[in-house]
Design a protein around this ligand. Structure first.
Ligand SMILES: C[S@@+](CC[C@H](N)C(=O)[O-])C[C@H]1O[C@@H](n2cnc3c(N)ncnc32)[C@H](O)[C@@H]1O
Length: 233
């Protein structure tokens, strides 16, 4: 495994051991819900959750595609995250998890009808290589949904860049849309997804100076990137 991936694996194994995998559900659910609405998952579809962590969103997707061949696959570079994802999913028949880096997805080409990734894409050392791999495994006409909080138009998120223990990409909305088109996706668009949850009157965490900043961060919102693999001619 390349050095960058090995760093990510070690870092996120530690996050998993510290219980941060499970915590992410409560942080990301409110921005994931609007993404799921736009995805409109249907029974029988095959869906991939890339950088799935402990798999809460993979399980939600599995429920939505239940019926016939419908299944959800979660992949993550951290084997500790995947161990937790599997343990939490034993009662769900149409969900599967695999450990591995995002630029190597162990599925045949044209397999998934839809792919999503929540708060993970900016960690990938070679984002273009990952997009090429996603284009390979996506079915013709299939859709990709990438949801991220870290991008240049949200200045608060840029504070994370030097605080995180692993390198991350800070790119603009325009750069991402251009990258998707350059790789071969079509109909690439971006949208802001504000976090509508109420903000407490006082804030005592490390990322914001006060509650007003946190409110502003949520108002600016996450970035949702949506694109499609060209349909078969
Ligand atoms: C902030 S967490 C988000 C997890 C999950 N999507 C969620 O919302 O709870 C980022 C996840 O991306 C995974 N990740 C980071 N780099 C990766 C890579 N190169 N390949 C696959 N997964 C990666 C991490 O292991 C971690 O589980």
């Amino acid at each position: 495994m390349a050095d960058a991936d090995e760093k990510l694996r070690v870092e996120f194994n530690q996050w998993a051991a510290d219980g941060r995998g499970e915590e992410m559900e409560s942080h990301h659910l409110c921005i994931a819900q609007p993404m799921f609405q736009r995805m409109a998952l249907a029974p029988g579809e095959r869906v991939l959750d890339l950088g799935c962590g402990t798999g809460w969103a993979t399980r939600l997707a599995a429920h939505s595609v239940e019926g016939g061949p419908g299944m959800a696959v979660g992949q993550d570079i951290s084997e500790e995250m995947i161990a937790r994802a599997r343990a939490a999913s034993v009662d769900i028949e149409n969900v599967l998890f695999s450990t591995g880096a995002a630029d190597e997805i162990p599925w045949r080409e044209d397999y998934f009808h839809k792919i999503f990734s929540i708060e993970s894409f900016y960690y990938y050392a070679d984002q273009q290589a990952v997009l090429r791999e996603l284009l390979r495994v996506l079915a013709p006409g299939g859709q990709l949904f990438i949801l991220i909080n870290l991008y240049t138009e949200n200045p608060y998120s840029l504070r994370w860049v030097k605080e995180l223990n692993v390198p991350v990409h800070a790119r603009s909305e325009k750069e991402y849309v251009k990258m998707l088109s350059e790789i071969g996706f079509v109909d690439a668009v971006s949208e802001r997804i504000p976090d509508p949850t109420p903000t407490p009157e006082t804030y005592s965490g490390k990322w914001f100076a006060n509650a007003e900043e946190l409110r502003d961060f949520k108002r600016i919102g996450a970035l949702l990137l949506v694109a499609r693999k060209p349909p078969e001619k």
